[in-house]
Write a protein that binds this ligand. Structure first.
Ligand code: IMP
Length: 181
């Protein structure tokens, strides 16, 4: 089954999780145009629908984002752009002096089975750290605290046990086993 992403970190996490369900994932490394939208679910679904006109085989993709409570959910669906522009340092600046550090990651998997698109969601709650910590992972991992460690201070395996992506994929892989095998 193809997994479409240009992000190698994501692909590695997905491949490791899929293997546990006996599913072999092939990396279709490509950038695709993401529509703008107010929800990850809508962005993931519309992206998959647009790609389905180019790719005939089954495939899935995943769209994720970081939602910070004190910033009313920002950067949310704009996480990718915000990471590329102001990055972790910019987020820490925005959160300077803010006591409420609660945040969550959300992931939406969109799966195209050759005729329709279906979505699966996962969420993990944590906090924004006061400074960047750790060297593992990618993206916002160094500023996302889960318990007393940031995601970047965890091994891939540790992160994969609790992550938003894990939760969305688990729902997806379980559904696949029940409905497609
Ligand atoms: P997208 O799903 O590829 O659009 O990612 C949105 C943004 O969130 C990107 O900047 C990613 O680096 C970031 N992101 C997505 N998942 C994670 C994660 O598990 N850890 C840290 N950052 C993430």
């Amino acid at each position: 089954m193809y997994f479409i992403t240009s992000n190698e970190g994501k692909f590695r996490e997905v491949r490791e999780m899929a293997a546990k369900y006996g599913i072999e994932v092939e990396w279709l490394k490509m950038e695709y145009l993401e529509p703008q939208g107010n929800s990850l679910e809508e962005i993931a679904r519309v992206s998959a629908e647009m790609l389905s006109s180019q790719i005939e085989d089954e495939f899935f993709l995943e769209d994720s984002g970081l939602f910070i409570e004190a910033l009313k959910g920002f950067p949310g669906p704009y996480s990718s752009y915000v990471f590329k522009t102001i990055g972790n340092e910019g987020i820490l600046k925005l959160m300077n002096g803010v006591e409420d550090r609660r945040a969550y990651f959300m992931a939406v998997v969109a799966y195209f089975d050759g005729s329709t698109v279906r979505t699966f969601t996962g969420k993990v709650e944590g906090e924004i750290a006061r400074e960047m910590r750790g060297t593992q992972g990618f993206g916002y991992d160094p500023i996302f605290l889960y318990g007393d460690k940031t995601f970047a201070e965890m091994s891939t395996e540790e992160k994969n046990r609790v992550s938003h992506r894990r939760r969305a994929l688990e729902e997806f892989f379980r559904w696949l086993k029940e409905n497609k095998s």
